[in-house]
Design a protein around this ligand. Sequence first.
Ligand SMILES: C[S@@+](CC[C@H](N)C(=O)[O-])C[C@H]1O[C@@H](n2cnc3c(N)ncnc32)[C@H](O)[C@@H]1O
Length: 236
Amino acid sequence: MFSAHGPSLRELCVQAMTSVERGYDLLAPTFDHTPFRTPQRMLTATTEALTGLGPFHTALDVCTGTGAGLSVLSAVCDGPITGVDFSTGMLARAHSAHPAATLVRADARALPFNGGFDLAVSFGALGHFLPAERPALFEGVHRALNPGGLFAFAIGTPPPILHPAHWVMLGFDTVMRVRNAVWRPPFVMYYRTTPPRALRDDLAAAGFAVDTKPLPSFGSYPDGTPRCLLILARKS
Ligand SMILES: C[S@@+](CC[C@H](N)C(=O)[O-])C[C@H]1O[C@@H](n2cnc3c(N)ncnc32)[C@H](O)[C@@H]1O
């Protein structure tokens, strides 16, 4: 659908009618040829924003998929890096791309780590968690970090109501809500469930001190709001 090497529309529809885990297992061979993989531009902007916030020795990429975030970790850390995801298909691809990284199969809502990481990142996965699931996710990341450790992730800010992106996201979320109301297993993926204020509140409740940094290379909306923010959540 997206390129000669990407999935066909039919394959995408089949994947979307399964669970998130099974859907990504099916999508894994072609995932890197879809827009769902975090683009290099975002990885570069995040790497630049994290440079100087360390030092980071050990680091974790939560919902690593095929390992997009592992390249950021290799650039900003001087020690071992780990990726965690619950899709075996995606982890197999991450292993091919990053043979030196440790890869762990686990549900991010019950992360199996107790300290050991100076930095955690996550890319492109927050929409897979219902707001009610975020406390477990954030508490797990908080537990995985060493004291003083940083959890960093980029988010798009909500577009103004008159911007076309607002209506595209609203349309996508509506289709997914209808799909999930009539079909089992659910495929949780929503764009409009992660407003910065709610994320800040959930991170603070999990014990983080939260700051944000605009990613200037993504520009701003006409009202001056940056399109993209890096959330920096520090474990005190
Ligand atoms: C859109 S992909 C993003 C992959 C990669 N981080 C990137 O930016 O290209 C979302 C990833 O989140 C993983 N994922 C979703 N829910 C998860 C959960 N509850 N536990 C672990 N992994 C999960 C999926 O398996 C998938 O690999």
